[in-house]
Structure formats: structure tokens, C-alpha cells
Design a protein around this ligand. Structure first.
Ligand code: VAH
Length: 318
């Protein structure tokens, strides 16, 4: 059985449904700090869990006899930069609690890192799997510490920990909460609703991106990978493509020719974005567990606009 924390978030809300489809609804226990109407809560076991409550996490894991923990509960980069102390307590406190439960119950363990685990002194183009990591954001500090902690629990206690460094994730099911790459999600909503978008990230700012179906597949593929093939564990660079705001504008215009974008740069999120790589090297993930993204920018844009259009139309009919 699999316990997912942060199950109502951008990744969790889709991962839970995919895991329930693959392994059976009663095999996947979704948890989050609050409940919310919808498939995640109604299609299988759901528990209210604040991941800073170690006893509650232990009790839930024990109650369901889980053998895998997928720990997604966290504050993303922009929110973390605005509230660094809360970010440390939630991102690190939650992670330590989850790793301790994994150690006590002997479960497998997954938690995502991010391209945010790299900083301004990291080589920016084709960023290597193993390279300098001195991020200048609280989120990045959390991600580097998290990677080191997960590797420690593997080497010291034999906990089977695995992780990926996610790029910006784009999806139409649940919006991200307070990230720097969220512009790449907002632009699609605005393109459909208003045919215009004002980007808070400046023209020419390249970041790695990935469509959520590829991200979900990456998590499942890594967790099912043969452990003997893994020389890395926390965490693998993964990406689908590198893009700047104007690339999204061009891709969207192929479907909505009248779409217009302008810029209203947010200095906080712009400086976070500039401290991250332009593009990362994901060859280790390909070599060690065969990961290949399937959606490039154009293929993602076609699917995203189609799915989002019908979602927004249905929402209006409610
Ligand atoms: C964020 N979407 O913007 C997350 C992610 C690489 C970006 O970590 O904080």
C-alpha cells in the first residue's frame, strides 16, 4: 500500500488517481492537511494529515501497513521565499518525519527535488547530474538538504529512497501553489479565457519544463526501477524541454492566432528563475532507469489547450 502526502496538490491530485488506476483504489491512501471535494477524496482511502505531526503520520502508515511513502507535501519556491521560516519547518520538518516513518516501518520512499536545488554558481547550460549546488533560495536550501537527507537515510539506515529533480510542471487538473514556473500554467488558462497574458517572468528567461503526464510516469517508472541499476538516488535530473515565455507564446499562437502576451516582471520570482539552470542534462535518468519524456512544447500545448478548454467549458456549465 502507498501513502501519498500532499495528495491534493498539483502533483498529488494526478498521481493518486494514476496510482489507484495502476494498483487498485484501496492500495493508495491519499492524505493532505485539509479535505476537499473531488476524486482524490472519494475514489479511495483519504486521511487528514499535517506532515509536521510525526505521531499522526506514523499512526496512519501503521494503520494501513503501507510499504511505500510518496512525500509531496511542501511549500513551493515563491511562497517559501516569502515565508522562509515556515518553509523550513514544513519542508524539512515534514521530510524528517516522513523519513523516520519510512525507517521505522521499512517502506520505500519517494520525494521530489527540483531544478531549484541548483544555484547561480551551478553551470547553467546542460547542468550535469553531479555538480555544484549552492542555491540562494530557501526552497533550494530545502531541496539540497532534502536530497542529502534522503541519501543519508539510504546509506545509513538502508531506506530505499529515490527522487527526481523536477523542472517546472504544467498541468490542467490542479494549479500549482506558489511556484516560480507557474507562469507556464497560467498562460494557458489566460490564453483560453482572455487571449492575452502578462508574464511575470522576463522574455529570454529559459527554464526546464515538463507536462504532468510525463512527471507522473517518471515517479512510477523510478519507483518500479531495478535498484541494482541505480547509482544515483536523490535526486535524478529529469526534463522534457527548456523554454522561455516567448516560446510558449509562439506555441499557443499556432492554436490561438490572436493570442497576445506582454511582460510585467515580478522581481522576486524573476531573481529566483535567474538563479536556476537554463537547461539540465537528464542522461543519468535515461541510463539508469530508462526515462524519456514524451511531450515536447508543441505536443503539450496541443493537449493542454484541448483539455483545459473542455474543463473550463464544463466549469461554466456547473
Ligand atoms: C516552483 N514549480 O516553481 C516549482 C518547481 C522548478 C520549479 O520547483 O517552485
Amino acid at each position: 500500500k502507498i501513502l501519498v502526502t500532499g495528495a491534493l496538490g498539483q502533483i498529488g491530485s494526478e498521481l493518486v488517481m494514476k496510482l489507484r488506476e495502476e494498483y487498485g483504489s484501496d492500495q493508495v491512501i491519499a492524505s493532505d492537511i485539509r479535505t476537499m471535494d473531488g476524486d482524490v477524496v472519494h475514489s479511495g482511502p483519504f486521511e487528514i494529515l499535517d506532515v509536521t505531526d510525526d505521531q499522526k503520520m506514523h499512526d496512519i502508515a501503521k494503520k494501513y501497513q503501507v510499504d511505500t511513502i510518496i512525500h509531496l507535501a511542501a511549500l513551493l519556491s515563491a511562497k517559501a521565499e516569502n515565508n522562509p521560516q515556515l518553509a523550513w519547518n514544513l519542508n524539512m520538518g515534514g521530510l524528517v518525519n516522513a523519513l523516520e516513518v519510512a525507517r521505522e516501518l521499512g517502506t520505500k520512499f519517494f520525494t521530489p527535488s527540483s531544478i531549484g536545488a541548483f544555484g547561480p554558481t551551478t553551470p547553467k547550460d546542460n547542468t550535469p547530474q553531479d555538480t555544484i549546488q549552492r542555491p540562494t533560495t530557501m526552497y533550494g536550501v530545502n531541496k539540497v538538504a532534502g536530497e542529502l537527507l534522503c541519501d543519508y537515510y539510504y546509506h545509513k539506515f538502508g531506506v530505499d529512497t529515490r527522487g527526481v529533480r523536477f523542472p517546472g510542471l504544467i498541468s490542467y487538473v490542479t494549479p500549482p501553489g506558489g511556484g516560480t514556473t507557474d507562469y507556464a500554467v497560467e498562460i494557458y488558462y489566460e490564453a483560453i479565457k482572455k487571449k492575452t497574458y502578462s508574464s511575470y517572468i522576463a522574455e529570454g528567461t529559459y527554464m526546464d519544463m515538463m507536462y504532468m503526464p510525463d512527471a507522473i510516469r517518471a515517479i512510477i517508472q523510478l519507483m518500479e526501477a531495478d535498484p541494482d541499476r541505480l547509482t544515483h538516488r536523490n535526486a535524478f535530473n529529469v526534463t522534457a524541454f527548456s523554454a522561455a515565455p516567448e516560446d510558449f507564446e509562439k506555441a499557443i499562437r499556432k492554436h490561438i492566432p490572436e493570442f497576445e502576451m506582454d511582460y510585467d516582471v515580478d522581481p522576486v520570482r524573476q531573481s529566483i528563475a535567474e538563479s536556476w539552470p537554463n537547461s539540465i542534462d537528464a542522461s543519468a535518468a535515461r541510463e539508469e532507469w530508462g526515462f524519456r519524456a514524451e511531450f515536447d512544447l508543441d505536443k503539450m500545448t496541443e493537449d493542454m489547450l484541448k483539455k483545459l478548454d473542455s474543463k473550463l467549458k464544463n466549469a461554466n456549465h456547473v
